[in-house]
Design a protein around this ligand. Sequence first.
Ligand code: CA
Ligand code: CA
Length: 377
Amino acid sequence: MAKTVFLFLLSQIFSIQLYASVPTPTQAFQISSWALKDIRFVPADLSTASDGITIAIIDTGVDREHPFLAGSLWINPGESGLDEMGRAKETNGVDDDQNGYVDDIHGWDFVRSTPKLSDSHGHGTHIAGIIHQVAPQARLMILRYYAPTASAEQTIRWTVEAIRYAIRMNAKIINYSGGGPTSTEEEFEAIREANSAGILVVAAAGNEGANSDRYRYFPADYELENILSVTAHNQRGDLLSTSNFGKSTVDISAPGEKIRSSLPGGNFGEMTGTSQATAFASGVAAQIWPKLGLRTAPVGLIRVLTTSGRARPNHYERTLSGRSLNAAHALKLVQMGFQTPTKASPLSILNVPSQFDRAPSSPDTKLEQRAFKKRLK
Ligand SMILES: [Ca+2]
Ligand SMILES: [Ca+2]
């Protein structure tokens, strides 16, 4: 337990450093070129713009006015256009599509219960920028689950609501660049339902520098077949010393050091961590899935992404695939007719986390809160 506490603290210090990185608004925007080269980035074929799928970003919100993100946000068809009285549905104060959320045109802020999205933290805007750069045709559904002062329980409740919203509103991919040591049956169930709905969940492996096979990190480490757990490496191809690893829990790695992307206020800046790696994986998944056929089960897409990755001998003992994300190879593999399942397997639970077998113990609230300050990765 002592070690765990230490890791929480380490992680917190680390994330503060990340956020302190200086935005450089005057520089022209470009996602770190080393990272795009590293993943063998394939520019989107704009002639197939209809390939655009919806990615739910469960994070700290978004700067919806950021010029780089213009036109990238998902639009809820049931809350756009005019109502019977000629008013704009997105601002008429009516839940036009009766999904339980009023005027949810681009998503929902579960923390403040409002459709008026903003990002006072910066993390969500950074993640959105990476995904938009890699998959410009994808539509970004913004779901805010995180507030620094919220309790662990509350944070998970908002997460679960956000996952259920993503399922109901037909997202195809959920990007979750966060996590913590706490697992709940509700969150597990929600992600299992997402699997039944054919939704891929791309989740950060976490920034504790720990072996996830021993110290589980959620939601990345729920044993569900539709979760792709992503860790981070640097320009030299080494896993970051802060990144979690695990031969049986972490699937693949992607670039995560000093990644440049959008920040609130029209700014740009660098962040480091498995969050950024996760966003690259979501973007590539969004590029590949339409080519593979959207009826392909998430587990099939995961198989393509992990099989086609670049072999990294120095990752062999640290991730399941021993590989890093490779967009060009993934595309090639699909073009060669890689066979994948089209349905989620009936036994989508690989192994129920053992703690569900136990009666819940009273959580140490202080510890939980500290842990949850770092559900952001
Ligand atoms: Ca609505
Ligand atoms: Ca409305």
